[in-house]
Design a protein around this ligand. Structure first.
Ligand code: C2E
Ligand code: MG
Ligand code: MG
Ligand code: MG
Length: 280
């Protein structure tokens, strides 16, 4: 009996693993041509000032629609892009599209606007990352202080010298650096002290339950207070209800993002949103 069970368990795991591996390989295979085929599109989600509810910026978020796999979530394809180095060219594509949009908003509407871009560990560790960033800033005439790069602590885990060098040179030219998904990792606190961060983004998993779970409300309050003590701007992710918004306002959280204000939108629709809100 135990032998049978053993075999079944073994069988179960191999099948699951096989399934995962196949999916992974399919994604990798399709992702190789995604840029060439124009399947990747940069969406924009507004960032609002909590106190005034005004749009003060946007986060660039990648979307991928493939002919075979359909819509694939960045939570699924970004880690694969990261493991295969495809992230380097994909990351440059995101920077270009985000900068090109920001240039248009800046020049056409004379906006003081912050554009936030997610940067993954491998992309950040590239020797020429800072050089590429500088070239693109120049090319699109973007002021460095209107750019924020979002990194997770995964970027910092390796402890490589290149990470610190890149962070400092980016920060020195005026580009802001945000700690994304704050609270989900291991030792974010010490990283916040030792690296030149400007912004702390509280993960949406904490924001989610602040209206029902007093412990989460305490945690978000503590994160805001700690961020402010470290002279950081605090952004809450995943605000979906007025109740959550109200509590975050009481906690003095600086900025917020979430479906309550808007989902990430294609550039055209994002521009319509700006127009509707008399922002332009
Ligand atoms: P993230 O950077 O933490 O982005 C926030 C995620 O929360 C986005 O998911 C956004 O659509 C979602 N979100 C925003 N407001 C709400 C809300 O009110 N409720 C809920 N449930 N979700 C909300 P998305 O766009 O699926 O991206 C997932 C992750 O994929 C991002 O998390 C980021 O880590 C990564 N990612 C997306 N685009 C890029 C990119 O261009 N480069 C890199 N390196 N990573 C990216
Ligand atoms: Mg982000
Ligand atoms: Mg996040
Ligand atoms: Mg995330």
């Amino acid at each position: 009996h135990s032998k049978d069970r053993g075999r079944n368990i073994y069988h179960f795991y191999t099948e699951q693993m096989n399934h995962d591996m196949n999916r992974r390989l399919k994604i990798e295979e399709q992702l190789r041509n995604a840029l060439k085929l124009g399947e990747l599109e940069v969406y924009f989600q507004p960032v609002i000032e909590i106190r005034t509810r005004k749009i003060v910026g946007a986060e660039a978020l990648l979307r991928w629609k493939n002919s075979i796999l359909g819509q694939v979530s960045p939570d699924e394809f970004i880690p694969i892009a990261e493991q295969t180095s495809l992230i380097v060219s994909i990351g440059e594509y995101v920077i270009e599209n985000a900068f090109s949009a920001a240039q248009k908003w800046q020049q056409t509407y004379n906006l003081q606007f912050k554009i936030a871009i997610n940067v993954s560990p491998k992309q950040f560790r590239e020797n020429n990352f800072v050089e590429v960033l500088n070239i693109k800033l120049e090319q699109y005439q973007i002021h460095p202080t209107s750019v924020e790069l979002e990194i997770t602590e995964g970027v910092l885990l390796s402890g490589d010298d290149i990470i610190e060098t890149n962070l400092r040179s980016i920060h020195d030219i005026g580009v802001n650096i945000a700690m994304d998904d704050f609270g989900t990792g291991y030792s974010s606190l010490s990283y916040l002290r030792s690296y030149p961060f400007d912004t702390l983004k509280v993960d949406k998993s904490f924001v989610n339950d602040i209206t029902v779970d007093p412990a989460d409300l305490e945690l978000v309050g503590a994160a805001v207070a700690m961020g402010h003590a470290l002279n950081l701007t605090v952004v809450a992710e995943g605000i979906e209800t007025e109740e959550q918004y109200h509590l975050l306002n009481e906690l003095n959280c600086d900025y917020g993002q979430g479906y309550l204000f808007s989902k990430p939108l294609p550039q055209k629709e994002f521009e319509q949103l700006l127009a509707e809100q008399n922002f332009l």
